[in-house]
Design a binder for this molecule. Sequence first.
Ligand code: SF4
Length: 430
Amino acid sequence: MQKRIQPYAVYSDGQGNIFEDTQLFAAGRSGQNFYPLYLDEMIPLPEGSDLFELPGRHTLGYNRNGDLVASPDGFASAAFIAPANTQLSIAAWQNSPDAPVLPLYAYTAVGWYKGKFYVPAVRIDSDTRQDCEHFNQKVIIKRGKEILKKFPDNRLVRHIIENCAFVYYCPAARNFAMDRWEAPVPTSPTCNARCVGCISKQDSKESPVPETQHRLTIVPTVDEIVQFTVPHLENAPNAIISFGQGCEGEPLMQWELLRDSIKAIRAKTDKGIINLNTNGSKPDAVDKLFDAGLDSIRVSMNSAQEKWYNLYIRPVDFTQADSMESLKIARKHGKWASINYFVMPGLTDTPQELDALRALIGSTRLNMIQWRNFNIDPDWLFSRIEYAGYGENCLGVQQVMKRIKEEFPHVYFGYFNPNKDTMAENMVNY
Ligand code: SF4
């Protein structure tokens, strides 16, 4: 029996340098449950990932006796892994009493072995649309300025290019600047949910973390939307336009605008995919959007269990049942339905969550699970939703994926909204 290899734990020296601690082997965690990491469950740190130093925290790792101990050196470190890769374990750290809440990123475990960083993760989507090798910011700025000249009076194009592509480095906005793949169409300054980890709205009275993207302040017109989306659908390879972006509230708050825009777009072109990223709160409106020509929908879900869904999403005027109804309506129209499933080891991989996810798939007949990393400080999340960090009999995220695939082989796994070809190859009407 070959001995399983354990990578070393790592720590930051406080000067932006990360070192391996050769006295400790790397640890991972699911909720409050800690365990050793082994190389055969890890991948090299994907290109385009970031490595973080975690203030007020010490690295936890396993010494030669197999005891879980805190590293005396520096600060804990974690990886913010590149898109298309799903985390399997959170980083293991020990909080100091004055440890600040961490900003809205994912904090995946990381280890070091023979000159390389490794992370417990899987490449869940082969699509390379957000791989960093595609993004040369100098070229993006040049192309972005050309687009601003092409649409001088278009407020939405200005927001997408000047804010999203040039400041937030949003991959979708930068792909729009490069005239390829998925382009963003934000439309709504308001929302009918109060997600704890909303990246576009954090109430400074109750939240210790900043929003990562300031929310859109305009409501575009049908003409402003049609003006740039039709050329994108006509000319871009594997073209998709997506309503519902990180820099806005809930697009269904503007459903009439979306309906009229979709009709106007489809009157000019039948190319590409028109997608809606949403909290799914208004199934009746969703029905009318599919009548208008919508092609696919993606509904956000931090948990398939109503209790954790309500404590995180904090819906104002809707329920999780409404969000699931929106998925069913997409299937009723024979269209593609995905969930934007926030993966948090310790919550996502419990037996209860697996059962609830199986029930959700069975009742909605959804086509795809987008296994997305939950961008939030796990300790802050667990405290905000009063979650005891279940952990001890966690199944492991990979095991959950395996069980779902065994029971629902037709459910497509990925990270991104599928283009027309991917849908055609994987659409199973069941
Ligand atoms: S649904 Fe989206 S915009 Fe609304 S609070 Fe949640 S994350 Fe924010």
